[in-house]
Design a protein around this ligand. Structure first.
Ligand SMILES: [Zn+2]
Length: 125
């Protein structure tokens, strides 16, 4: 009887320790959370894209999903009817204009963000 009893106690304590370990792991995870692609969950996300836009997306999903495509400022204004003032608040990626270097850098926006901006702008009309 004594033996069975200790066995039960041991199991109970073991389960407790396991739960504790899990809780610790979860708590630690908050500090250095594993960043994953918000579409497919891979940890191989595009770090540059995350730095610029705070969007966690991997290269494959970016290529596959049109809403993550980068569009120029003029395309954003033409396609989504947003203004310079609207776009002022959006993060963008600055790239040298290879075709017309004298025009300076071109600003690239994420389609999805421009779309949301446009929807917010026109939702009450
Ligand atoms: Zn992905």
């Amino acid at each position: 009887m004594f033996f069975i009893h200790t066995d039960r106690v041991w199991k109970h304590e073991f389960a407790d320790t396991q739960r504790k370990a899990q809780e610790d792991a979860t708590a630690a995870g908050d500090d250095q959370e594993t960043k994953t692609c918000q579409e497919c969950g891979t940890t191989n996300y595009d770090k540059k894209f995350y730095e610029e836009f705070q969007i966690l997306i991997c290269y494959a999903c970016r290529r596959a999903l049109p809403e993550y495509a980068l569009i120029t400022k003029s395309a954003a204004k033409a396609d989504w009817l947003v203004t310079d003032t609207d776009l002022y608040h959006l993060p963008f990626m600055s790239k040298p204009n290879k075709a017309k270097p004298q025009w300076g850098n071109i600003s690239l926006y994420v389609t999805k963000m421009v779309e949301q901006l446009s929807m917010n702008r026109y939702k009450h009309t």
